[in-house]
Write a protein of this length. Structure first.
Length: 107
C-alpha cells in the first residue's frame, strides 16, 4: 500500500510543521481520506480540519504544502520526475505581523 504510506508520511511531516506554526496547539492526522486536527488546547479533541478558523486553516494548508514540497524533492532525488519549482499562494498578505513572523521563520 504505497499510496497509504505516502499519505502517512505527508501528514506526519505536515503535523510537525503545523505544531510549530500553532505553538503546539495542533497536530494533524487522517482517517479514511479525511484530515483531522488534534487540538491540545481543547483536551486533545479530534476534529475535522473543516472546523478550523481562517488563520488556522492557513497554517494547516501551509504545513501540508511544505510537506508536499519536501516529499516531491525527496522523490526527485530518488530518481523520480523532477519539479523545479512550486508556487504557494496561501494569502500571506492577510496575516497579522506576529503570525507572518511565525510563518516566515518556520521551514
Amino acid at each position: 500500500m504505497a499510496g497509504q504510506r505516502g499519505l502517512d508520511d505527508l501528514v506526519t511531516a505536515a503535523s510537525q510543521t503545523l505544531a510549530a506554526l500553532s505553538s503546539g496547539q495542533f497536530d494533524l492526522t487522517h482517517d479514511k481520506g479525511d484530515l483531522f486536527v488534534i487540538d491540545h488546547a481543547d483536551a486533545d479533541a479530534r476534529r475535522s480540519v473543516r472546523t478550523l478558523s481562517g488563520g488556522e486553516t492557513f497554517q494547516a494548508s501551509l504545513a501540508l504544502a511544505l510537506a508536499l514540497s519536501s516529499q516531491i524533492s525527496a522523490l526527485a532525488a530518488a530518481g523520480a520526475a523532477r519539479l523545479d519549482s512550486i508556487f504557494l499562494d496561501e494569502g500571506f498578505g492577510t496575516l497579522d505581523a506576529e503570525t507572518l513572523e511565525v510563518v516566515a521563520t518556520t521551514a
